[in-house]
Ligand binder design. Structure first.
Ligand SMILES: *Cc1c(COP(=O)(O)O)cnc(C)c1O
Length: 363
């Protein structure tokens, strides 16, 4: 008979990451994975090196120092935080803990491609819901809810749309959802949004107030630590306690914990990078619009460039690639006519605009 995997596993299509190499090109400009163009903060590199003499020691299992740092910086409760190997791991725990065979997991049309994979991994059925003009549609989500629904995933700001739910809509969704459904607010790009830390908290207050809401966050984007794999989740204690039962006791290494702690405490790095991202994002979006490419205002560290049709998008991708510039095709996210471009540093953005201008034949 042979070995047979659990239901759903064979339906998982492997995640496609952004490309990182171009044949024959040495100076590749990688704008395909929403990485910080300036790299990690020096404070995080220093902290990582200081851990070298401790590599024979097991790391702490409670991540207390990192959780305390996150809690201080974001004015949160340290015992409501769980740290994972990227926020991906926290999202995996959520699916494993709260969904299984016969259950449904809702995600949106242009949502992160990991959600359906993680739902399948837990044996559940992913249910894709329409968005409204590239914005998460709360009513569409609510009408897709059935008795089998266990989890709803929302990304805010969205990837690859860069758009946010209209003000008050997240609260309305939380109000209207049954309380036995977990609402996941994925805030991978929260820090980049206008008003973050003032009028927008990434979903923290909602996660504080409701027993069924989890906010997830990452060190992979703003903090430039994608290669290190650190993320976290925030929810009421009871929910975090459930997730911690699935977490391996040594899921994060000493160097990863130390570097992430230094990074989150480096407020200077964060504010400089948020400001520079906003400046170049607006410049890039306007330059593309001037050439007739459609770009929604983005609240993240990338823009979604929409072309006339799929053929034009593919041809532009190829033209960029021939100049050593890698961007992301997003057909798998329901946008065959678009390319997602990470906001690079100034010279990177200028290279993109120059190349697209050449491709579009405008001067
Ligand atoms: C990049 C990204 C993440 C973060 O993944 P990590 O595992 O923390 O690197 C989560 N959600 C979305 C929507 C993302 O784009």
């Amino acid at each position: 008979m042979g070995v047979i995997p659990q239901p759903g596993i064979l339906e998982i299509k492997l995640y496609q990451g952004g490309a990182s190499h171009v044949e024959g090109v040495r100076e590749v400009l990688k704008l395909s994975s929403n990485e910080n163009p300036f790299g990690p903060p020096q404070s995080a590199r220093d902290a990582l090196v200081r851990e070298a003499h401790l590599l024979h020691r097991y790391p702490p299992t409670d991540h207390a120092a990192l959780r305390n740092a996150i809690a201080e910086v974001h004015a949160l409760e340290a015992d409501q935080i769980i740290c994972g190997v990227g926020s991906d791991e926290v999202l995996t725990f959520i699916c494993q803990a709260f969904s299984g065979v016969g259950d449904e997991v809702i995600y949106t049309e242009h949502g992160f491609s990991m959600y359906p994979l993680l739902a399948r991994g837990a044996g559940a059925v992913p249910i894709k819901v329409k968005e409204a003009e590239r914005v998460v549609d709360v009513d569409a989500i609510l009408s897709a809810v059935t008795e089998k629904t266990r989890i709803v995933f929302v990304t805010n700001p969205g990837n690859p749309t860069g758009t946010m739910l209209p003000e008050g809509e997240l609260e309305r969704l939380a109000d209207m959802l049954r309380d036995d459904i977990v609402l996941v607010v994925d805030g991978a790009y929260a820090e980049y949004a206008t008003g973050y830390g003032m009028t927008f908290d990434g979903g923290a207050a909602l996660a504080n107030a409701r027993p069924n809401v989890v906010m997830t966050r990452t060190f992979s984007k703003l903090y430039g630590l994608g290669g290190l794999r650190v993320g976290w989740g925030y929810a009421q204690r009871e929910l975090i306690d459930v997730l911690n039962r699935l977490r391996g006791p040594f899921n994060l290494s000493n160097p990863a914990l130390a570097a992430a702690e230094a990074a989150v405490r480096d407020r200077d790095f964060a504010s400089r990078n948020v400001a520079e991202n906003a400046r170049m994002r607006d410049w890039l979006a306007n330059a593309l619009r001037d050439m007739g490419v459609e770009v929604d205002p983005s609240q993240a560290n990338f823009i979604l460039a929409r072309f006339k049709d799929e053929a034009q998008a593919s041809a532009c991708e190829a033209a960029l690639q021939s100049e050593g510039i890698l961007v992301r095709k997003v057909s798998g996210y329901g946008f065959p006519e678009a390319l997602r471009v990470t906001v690079g540093d100034e010279s990177g953005c200028r290279r993109v605009v120059h190349a697209v201008r050449g491709f579009m034949g405008v001067e």
